[in-house]
Design a protein around this ligand. Structure first.
Ligand code: NAI
Length: 260
């Protein structure tokens, strides 16, 4: 099968949560596609690789930089977008940073609720706000892609805190797409399914096993867990000119998990 290969030469991509997992693979793909990549993460050392993402991009002949950024802090995200100005300004913003806290609705602690919503929902909101303000000020509309989840539309046991953050991402995406359309800025989201990363310690193995053993709330029709490589192309597509008439959309990349 052929491969969609959008190019991002002379474009600057800011991506949060790109030290490990889905964000890392997406950053590497944007680097390969010619973009200058600005990585914002609380960690510089990957959980799942030896070389930090920006170094891997530079080793491959690309241009990238790392800036320690906590997405829960609006000033830090504004600074991250400010760094992109040194490379011509943000053309693509990927709001991907996220964390998982599980547990029953009966046990929910206020601090946990605030923490997970701060990263997964507020962090996305701040990222959109900072990138859109910069694009509008420069008169250079671009594309914003957020990381949602199958949890944006499906509840699973002991996941109410996480699911509610991803439901919020879905509506933050739609509401922002509506408001920012007049500026020519597109806002979309990718909704990964069971993806083998170290999102939760041991999740790489657990997701891989569960996806093919019937241990999930329902099976993955394609019979396997996804990989970051399976997901990254969706971000490139939504950020590219190929998606010039797509906004407010949530593109699920889940091996068919939502079809039944
Ligand atoms: P991961 O744990 O490998 O990547 C998450 C990244 O976010 C890490 O590099 C981490 O350091 C960073 N991060 C965490 N808190 C941060 C903060 N406050 N500020 C900046 N960076 C922060 O996990 P994965 O799987 O790659 O997750 C990426 C996104 O994909 C998350 O938003 C997650 O909710 C979403 N997702 C993952 C799925 C999976 O099965 N792995 C399924 C659906 C969605």
């Amino acid at each position: 099968m052929g491969r969609l290969n959008p190019t991002f030469d002379d474009e600057t991509v800011v991506i949060t949560g790109a030290t490990s997992g889905i964000g890392r693979e997406t950053a590497l793909r944007f680097g390969d596609a010619g973009a200058t990549v600005v990585v914002g993460d609380i960690e510089e050392e990957p959980k799942d690789a030896d070389v930090p993402t920006h170094e891997a991009i530079e080793d491959g002949g690309g241009t990238a930089t790392f800036q320690r950024t906590d997405v829960t802090d609006r000033e830090q995200i504004r600074d991250l977008v400010g760094t992109a100005r040194e490379y011509g300004g943000v053309d693509v913003m990927i709001n991907n940073a996220g964390l998982y806290i599980g547990g029953s609705v009966l046990d929910l602690e206020p601090e946990e609720f605030d923490r997970i919503h701060s990263v997964n929902a507020k962090g996305v909101y701040f990222g959109i706000q900072a990138a859109a303000a910069d694009m509008i000020e420069r008169g250079e509309p671009g594309a914003i892609v957020n990381t949602a989840s199958i949890s944006s539309s499906h509840a699973q046991f002991d996941q109410v805190q996480y699911d509610s953050t991803k439901g919020a991402v879905r509506m933050i995406t739609r509401g922002s797409a509506l408001e920012l359309a007049e500026h020519g800025i597109r806002v979309n989201a990718v909704g990964p399914g069971q993806i083998a990363t170290e999102f939760i310690e041991g999740w790489t193995e657990e997701a891989t096993e569960a996806a093919s053993s019937g241990d999930l709330i329902k099976d993955v029709p394609l019979g396997r867990a996804g990989t970051p490589e399976d997901v990254a192309g969706a971000y490139l597509y939504l950020a590219s000119e190929e998606a010039s008439y797509v906004t407010g959309e949530l593109l699920f990349v889940d091996g068919g998990w939502q079809v039944f």
